[in-house]
Design a binder for this molecule. Structure first.
Ligand SMILES: [Zn+2]
Length: 44
C-alpha cells in the first residue's frame, strides 16, 4: 500500500513515520492508496 500525490498523480511508498510528502513535486496533500477489496480479511 502506498500513496498517490493529488498534485502530480504519482504513486510512491511511505517515506517514513509521520511526515509524508511527494517525492516528485514536494506536494503534501496525498491520498492513501487502497487495495481493491470489498471486505476486510482478518489476518491477526
Ligand atoms: Zn507530486
Amino acid at each position: 500500500m502506498g500513496y498517490v500525490c493529488l498534485h502530480c498523480g504519482k504513486k510512491f511508498k511511505e517515506l517514513g513515520h509521520g511526515f509524508i510528502r511527494c517525492q516528485y513535486c514536494g506536494y503534501r496533500v496525498l491520498a492513501k492508496e487502497r487495495a481493491p477489496i470489498a471486505r476486510e480479511i482478518s489476518t491477526n
